[in-house]
Design a binder for this molecule. Structure first.
Ligand code: ADP
Ligand code: ADP
Length: 226
């Protein structure tokens, strides 16, 4: 269970201070896929970065199964919109995917095995020996998703994960995300500005607004789970 309590964040201080996030309260159950939507600048990325422990929020807290997220970085993975900056160009696709698994203490053959399995899940089993720059944008984003999946995080955070790929690839990646969520009962928080996407992939859609900063809607669209 992911629990966000009274989360707020202000960038800067003094006259230039900007209140990006005001008092967010949200509970996400294990295995639930929650989409966060809202207009540009309403604080979606700030929320995601706070959940990921990438920024220290000004107020409130985020816990994962009772532990503050900044103390359990090994239980989460993040997929960003910009795949071109998330893969190491000098490493093969398989090495990119297996690298974070070193943190789990897996030996080399096990890491390789897990990477190949994850690549198979995203339909890229044939590309393991290639380099990121040899792949199309949609394929690179699939590699990023495979890397997150191989890690088997309790919580997967996705920030506009399909925002930079063409429409067909986008649909494929949405279906892939749903399939993989079903396979591993992962908890997912996915940020998008596309309402259609949010009701298609989300069990729940949380709507953020800019002013007042905070949650203005929380809708259940599907029952969670496969
Ligand atoms: P969204 O992801 O919904 O577009 P963000 O979380 O990126 O929104 O931004 C929320 C608000 O905080 C915006 O007004 C943005 O300009 C501001 N902001 C984001 N990052 C920074 C930063 N590093 N410094 C100052 N202001 C920021
Ligand atoms: P994009 O995001 O650029 O539209 P996709 O990921 O949808 O690209 O790729 C479309 C298809 O083209 C892929 O499923 C793959 O079969 C093929 N393809 C694209 N780039 C390569 C490549 N470098 N090597 C092999 N096949 C490729």
């Amino acid at each position: 269970m992911l629990e966000i309590t009274n989360l707020s964040h202000t960038y800067g201080s003094g006259p230039t201070a900007h209140n990006a996030l005001g008092g967010i309260n949200l509970k996400v159950a294990q295995g639930e896929l929650v989409c966060v939507v809202g207009p540009s600048g309403c604080g979606k990325s700030t929320l995601l970065r706070s959940i990921a422990g990438l920024i220290r929020p000004s107020g409130g807290q985020v816990t994962l199964n009772g532990t503050r997220v900044e103390r359990t970085p090994d239980n989460l993975a993040v997929v960003f919109q910009d795949y071109s900056r998330s893969l190491f160009p000098w490493m093969s696709v398989a090495d990119n995917v297996s690298l974070p698994l070193r943190r789990k203490g897996l030996d080399k053959p096990r890491r390789k095995q897990a990477a190949l399995e994850a690549l198979e899940e995203v339909g890229l089993q044939g590309a393991s020996a290639k380099y990121p720059w040899q792949l199309s944008g949609g394929m690179q984003q699939r590699v990023s998703i495979a890397r997150a999946l191989a890690y088997r995080p309790a919580l997967l955070l996705m920030d506009e994960p399909f925002g930079s790929v063409d429409a067909q690839t986008r649909e494929d990646l949405e279906d892939l995300t749903l399939r993989v969520r079903g396979l591993h009962n992962m908890t997912i928080v996915l940020i998008t500005h596309d309402i259609d996407e949010s009701v298609y992939v989300g069990d729940r859609v949380v709507v953020l607004s800019k002013s007042p900063a905070g949650i203005v809607g929380d809708l259940r669209v599907h029952l969670p789970g496969p």
